[in-house]
Design a protein. Structure first.
Length: 337
């Protein structure tokens, strides 16, 4: 259960973990043990933490945001060239107001991307998301840059998850195999308009929610504070950007896999700055067809109380598709009508 973490998310330098993450004796290393302890406290108490020493160059992190700003600055007609529709697997650009959270309209625009997979691989469930990611031709280097960034975020997420597995008392590879041997991923490239004279402050850029996967890596503009994390007392704590860092938070699938030991935390986005804000969120997930349920080792170590609200089992792909169709219900209705 998350606690009152006051005014600051934890900051974790994971470089000692990355140095040893492929070594069989990593659990015996003192530096790794220190990182693992910090990960455990952050996941138990907050569900969010800053990651530094993550190995992704600051140049790449910054370029991802710079070219994203360039895309969102394009004329609306240009952005519509990669318009999101159900027919392309819900991949591509969505205008401001298309996205809904808990039934309420969000004030952001975005590009949605998913890991690509062969047609028919996941049967009727996967058919909803079948398609090719739509990358803009302008900026010209955007596709190549983002694909490199996705690769590095995938590697980083896998290594953080190994540290979390150690934190829970398992082996580094406890989650790998039938749960995360072939991980799915989602990328949301999001733009939040700034507040102007005629606009009402506190428009919700993205409503309060928990993430539905394993881990999220957030790359946000450094000069605007918009992401807010809720503590147990109901206070919204600002996640003030730290240059060079990524913010990591845990999602609903990790809550299930850990038998409720780690709990996903509510968060939202409100951009009260007069300037446009960009955030690139990478979601590291289980295998698309994984039947997600508490792993035996964690059921033994952390038995649930009878009052626990942890879901016993969910098929990740079905869960994801349900979320996508609910979020973009208006697009589905327009297609049907």
């Amino acid at each position: 259960m998350t606690t009152d973490f006051k005014s600051q998310l934890p900051i974790i330098d994971i470089s000692p973990l990355l140095v040893k993450c492929d070594d069989s004796d990593m659990a015996e290393d003192a530096g790794v043990a220190e990182v693992v302890g910090k990960l455990d406290r952050a996941c138990r108490d907050v569900g969010f933490f800053y990651v530094i020493g993550h190995g992704i160059s600051e140049d790449l992190i910054n370029k991802v945001r710079v070219v994203t700003h360039q895309f969102f600055e394009l004329p609306y007609e240009e952005k519509l060239k990669i318009k999101i529709t159900p027919s392309v697997g819900f991949r591509g650009y969505q205008r401001i107001g298309v996205n809904f959270t808990s039934g309420k309209q969000d004030m952001h625009e975005a590009i949605d991307c998913y890991r690509e997979f062969k047609q028919g691989k996941y049967g009727d469930t996967g058919k909803v998301l079948e398609g090719t990611n739509q990358w803009p031709e302008n900026p010209k280097e955007y596709k190549e840059l983002m694909e490199e960034y996705i690769k590095q975020c995938t590697d980083l997420s896998r290594n953080i998850l190994r540290g979390i597995s150690l934190a829970l008392g398992g082996s580094p590879y406890e989650f790998e195999g039938k749960m995360v041997g072939d991980p799915f991923w989602v990328m949301r490239i999001i733009g939040y308009p700034g507040v102007h004279v005629n606009n009402q402050e506190n428009d919700i850029g993205c409503g309060a929610h928990t993430d539905y996967g394993l881990l999220t890596l957030i790359n946000q503009d450094y000069d605007k504070t918009a992401l807010q994390v809720r503590d147990l007392a109901g206070n919204w704590i600002p996640a003030i950007p730290i240059p060079g860092s990524l913010i990591c938070n845990i999602g609903d699938m990790l809550k299930i896999l850990t038998n409720g030991v780690y709990e996903s935390t509510l968060h939202r986005v409100i951009n009260n700055s007069p300037r446009y804000r960009v955030c690139v969120a990478f979601f590291y997930e289980t295998n698309f067809d994984a039947e997600v349920e508490p792993l035996d080792i964690f059921k033994e170590k952390y038995p649930l109380k009878e009052t626990s609200q942890v879901v016993k089992r969910v098929v990740y792909g079905e869960h994801l598709v349900s979320k996508v169709q609910t979020t973009f219900a208006n697009l589905v209705e327009k297609t049907v009508n």
